[in-house]
Design a protein around this ligand. Structure first.
Ligand code: AMP
Ligand code: MN
Ligand code: MN
Ligand code: MN
Length: 282
């Protein structure tokens, strides 16, 4: 099964519309797709309609920003009811602080001589409720401060660098509860990307499970091949379902295209096997 259960549209920090992401996924051979915009389900009905029109299976999705042990962790929700009022209210709260944060980021960039970054980033925003660091990164590339977004995240917008603003996102317990309460499965996104010690990582997996989380991304565009192995072992150790997703944002910025990752290791249980009753068939 070619499943791609993690990617973004211009409803969050991707550059393509939900319809264009659907078309690209389908053209790349994806059979089961989920659009997982950051902290937002505003694109879900469009994504489902587009998948249906293309004959592609669909799972509703979202990627929720969480603060755990003073780090930002992402939790992907899959197969939930996108109209669930508690989930929608939780996501609205999570998005709520983004404009204030963006203004503070722009003030901090002005300190190092980069002016008008708020207005600059806004030009790239498709959803005014969802201004993200990615939009600032595109603006810093536009004005020639950096040559690509990866350089931006090395030199700016991250802890200790200009433009970084500390932010408190949702609690792990709340994010998992919003997802499972809406009938979905909660998945730890790209665990290899966090700067955790082994003890902190163990605590994340343990607490996530205690709150009712049941999945982990193993094969993702954010992992190395060695990390596929490491998190396959963790999935077995913690008895978690395994997920697969490109984390595609844009045809030129993203190094992994939709539907092009290797298969999950055969010893794992794919998250879509537990979600077969939630898959919206074309
Ligand atoms: P935010 O939710 O506003 O903090 O923005 C986070 C987004 O920034 C992520 O979802 C990625 O799209 C992007 N991002 C974060 N770190 C990097 C990085 N090192 N390289 C490229 N993009 C990144
Ligand atoms: Mn993103
Ligand atoms: Mn993420
Ligand atoms: Mn993502």
């Amino acid at each position: 099964m070619n499943a791609d259960l993690h990617c973004h549209s211009n409803v969050s920090d991707g550059t393509l519309s939900p319809e264009a992401v659907a078309q690209r996924a389908h053209a790349n051979g994806v059979q089961l797709w989920a659009l997982t915009d950051h902290d937002e389900v505003g694109g879900q009905h469009r994504a489902h309609a587009a998948a249906k029109g293309l004959g592609m299976g669909y799972l509703p999705g979202a990627e929720i920003s969480v603060t755990f042990a003073n780090e930002t962790v992402h939790i992907v929700g899959l197969g939930f009811d996108p109209d669930d009022p508690v989930l929608c209210e939780g996501l609205a709260q999570t998005r709520g602080g983004r404009e204030r944060r963006a203004r503070d980021m722009a003030d901090d960039l002005a300190r190092v001589g980069i002016e008008h970054a708020f207005e600059g980033a806004l030009k790239y925003v498709g959803n005014p409720d969802l201004i993200s660091r990615t939009h600032f990164a595109r603006y810093l590339v536009e004005i020639g401060v950096c040559s690509d977004p990866h350089e931006v995240f090395r030199r700016y917008l991250t802890e200790g660098k200009p433009g970084y603003v500390e932010h408190r996102w949702a609690k792990l317990a709340d994010a998992v509860r919003w997802i499972t309460g809406a009938g979905g499965v909660a998945v730890i996104a790209h665990p290899g990307r966090y700067d955790f010690t082994p003890n902190e990582e163990f605590a994340l997996f343990t607490e996530f499970k205690a709150h009712g989380g049941t999945g982990v991304e193993v094969v993702t565009g954010s992992h190395t091949v060695a990390e596929y192995q490491k998190y396959a072992d963790m999935a077995i150790e913690f008895d978690l379902l395994a997920s697969r997703g490109s984390d595609f944002h844009d045809p030129t910025e993203s190094h992994t295209d939709l539907g092009t990752l290797p298969d999950l290791p055969g010893r794992l249980t794919p998250v879509w096997e537990a979600l077969s009753h939630r898959i919206l068939q074309p």
